[in-house]
Design a binder for this molecule. Sequence first.
Ligand code: BV8
Ligand code: ZN
Length: 243
Amino acid sequence: MQNGMDRLREALRKAACVSVLTGAGISAESGVPTFRGADGLWENYNVMELATPEAFENDPELVWRFYNWRRSLISRLTFNAAHKALAELETRIPRFTLITQNVDGLHAKAGSRNILEIHGNLWKVRCVECSMIVLDHSPDMGHLPRCSRCGGFLRPHVVWFGESLDPDILQKSLDASRSCEVMITIGTSAIVQPAASLAMEARRSGALTAEINLERTGHSEFMDLVLLGKAGETVPGLLEGWS
Ligand code: BV8
Ligand code: ZN
């Protein structure tokens, strides 16, 4: 009986179209705190209460303290072997789409190209007045950064809870989930919607679905393959013996 890793390796070598959905777990070994792990709290705030438009409305300085804390932390971190292996995998698959829930920018740093950042990007800020988007890698944006064009407040260009995803990016993610032969989810608790529904879309469209995670999730029972282990070890293993 072939084990899960062998079945997934074989499917990847034959596939013309592969989609991958990543979550906070793929960045955990880089030192980026996950949302629901023990380190999911910041200064005894619940992240879920800070990553909302209401929190920004009520106390923009507190929300900026939270995001500046994440920016300065992540600015000192780098991608890990799992990010690197996905960038390598992309070069070997004719049509490869990386859909990420993460806003840390580590996939691009590792060399991935076709990335759909469905929850935005921590290194982009957006003006609440004129909607200008600026890429800014400064670790700390200050307590109430302003737009250089119109003086409006700047906010992190990320999708907060209760906000809709960019419709174009969401459509591309759905298309990539429905058209792939293999869909792999890596390091996601499969709780946040609509991201979590993408793997089910792939399954409904007949793709081979695989989950890579430290532990089983609410999706495990629906996946064809469940590979339990650290992303930093399991994902590079997909390339083994594939010259
Ligand atoms: C929307 C950006 C329409 C911000 C993020 C009730 C039921 C169902 C849905 C809802 C509901 N009420 C509200 C909703 C919708 C809500 C939602 O899904 N809520 C959840 C909590 C139930 N969704 C939304 O609001 C979305 N918008 O639906 O729009 C709409 C419009 C108006 C009103 C209603 C609806 C927007 C969601 C986007 C939120 N923004 N990020 C920021 O980052 O600051 S989500 C945030 O959580 C991150 O992006 C993160 O990636 C994401 C999901 O978490 P995971 O990535 O899965 O990470 P997590 O910590 O949970 O799990 C880590 C996993 O890794 C674990 O399984 C662990 O075992 C594993 N792991 C750890 N280490 C490793 C590992 N695996 C392998 N190796 C390791 N080393
Ligand atoms: Zn502006």
